[in-house]
Each structure stands twice: as C-alpha cells, then as structure tokens.
Design a protein. Structure first.
Length: 190
C-alpha cells in the first residue's frame, strides 16, 4: 500500500498520536514517511511516545476540522501504545524525530523533523468521493489559516479571503469555511 504514495510528492495524511489527530504533509522516501511538525499537541505527544498511526483520508472536512481542533465524529481503536481511527486505511509505526531550528517569514521556531517507519498496515475503506476543486481550496485556506493563527498578518488574511471567494465561486458551502472567515475577521480587529 505504501506504493500508493509517489516518492517525493507531498500527501496530506492524518497523524494519530497519543492524544491527538492532526493533518500532516507527508513525503515517502523508500519505505519511510517523512513529515515536519511545528510546536503543538502532536509535537509534544511524539516527544513522549514514538508510537503513532498515519492514515489516509480523502475527506477535506476531516483534514480541515482536525487541523482546527473542531468537533469530529470518529471512532478510535487502540492496542498497547497505538491508537488509530477505525476503518481508515493507513499504517501503525514508530516515529524517530530530531529537533531542529526553523526560520521562515513567520519567524524562528523549533520543529520536529520526523521519520515514520511503518510496522503494520491498517485496513479500511475510503468513501467514493468525486474530485472537486472547492475541496482543494478549503484545504489551502486551512493551511494558511493555521499559519495566520500563529502570526496574524494582512497578507495572509488577504490570501485567505481571495481563496474564500474562489471557494464560494466553485460552489463550496462548508460551515468550516465560514468558521475560518469569522475567525479571520475577529483576528484582524484585535
Ligand atoms: C492540510 C493541512 C496540513 C498540515 N500539515 C501540517 C504539517 O505537516 N505539520 C504541522 O506542524 N502542521 C500542519 N498543519 C497545521 C496543523 O494542523 C495545525 O497547526 C495544528 O493546530 C497542529 O497543532 P496540534 O498538533 O496542536 O493539533 C496542517 C494543516 C492542514 C490544514
């Protein structure tokens, strides 16, 4: 199943750690999956326990809502130190992380550079979901919004607003997009 991920391409997958679920941008190199974590719950979890699951979804709402820590309707299973979402394909494995310093336009921060070694495949079903550009756009909005939460700025805000317009133009109606918009406006009034 690892071959489903083209080597070197970034895939938005779900990382299930000790106490958290979050989307991560994952790149496969050989039989290992690489990702980078900025400070947060998953970052802290992986420092405490290296057991994790990486799972595959094609549900944009799930990727976006888990990034924003909004309510989700998911069932979890666990075994020993492992935890995963029921009936969702992916892998259980161990994560080796090293702490690095990261610098970008947001500032300087610590990051975890992580390498996930799959130990066991998780079976599951992915619902049939036709491709929609609106789904791509809401993912992009959420990525930018999580950056905006760390460092609010007019440029990021303007990009999100532009994406929101395109999202609506493409027929997107998710209430999560409205949530992003509402919190964006509040952020800018601070
Ligand atoms: C599609 C998508 C992909 C993301 N990928 C990453 C990632 O690779 N690394 C990361 O640190 N945050 C990523 N984020 C942002 C996190 O989900 C967000 O900052 C979250 O709050 C992480 O914090 P937590 O570990 O406290 O839940 C992504 C967000 C989205 C919407």
């Amino acid at each position: 199943m690892l071959n489903l991920l083209r080597e070197g391409q970034v895939y938005e997958l779900l990382l299930v750690s000790k106490s958290n679920l979050t989307p991560v941008g994952v790149v496969r190199r050989g039989r290992r999956l690489h990702f980078r974590l900025f400070p947060g719950k998953s970052f802290r979890d992986l420092l405490e326990s290296s057991y994790a699951a990486i799972q595959i979804t094609n549900d944009p709402e799930l990727l976006v809502r888990s990034a924003l820590n909004l309510e989700l309707n998911l069932k979890f299973e666990s075994e020993g130190e492992y935890r995963w979402v029921s009936n969702m394909p992916g892998w259980l494995g161990e994560v080796q992380c090293s702490r690095k310093i990261w610098e970008d336009e947001i500032g300087t921060t610590e990051v975890l550079e992580c390498e996930f070694v799959p130990k066991r495949e998780l079976p599951g079903e992915i619902p049939l979901r036709p491709f929609s550009r609106a789904d791509c756009i809401i993912i992009e909005m959420a990525v930018l919004f999580t950056r905006y939460l760390v460092k609010p700025g007019d440029k990021t805000r303007a990009k999100i607003l532009e994406l929101y317009k395109l999202y609506r133009h493409l027929g997107g109606t998710s209430e999560t997009a409205e949530y992003i918009l509402a919190h964006l406006t509040k952020g800018s009034q601070k």
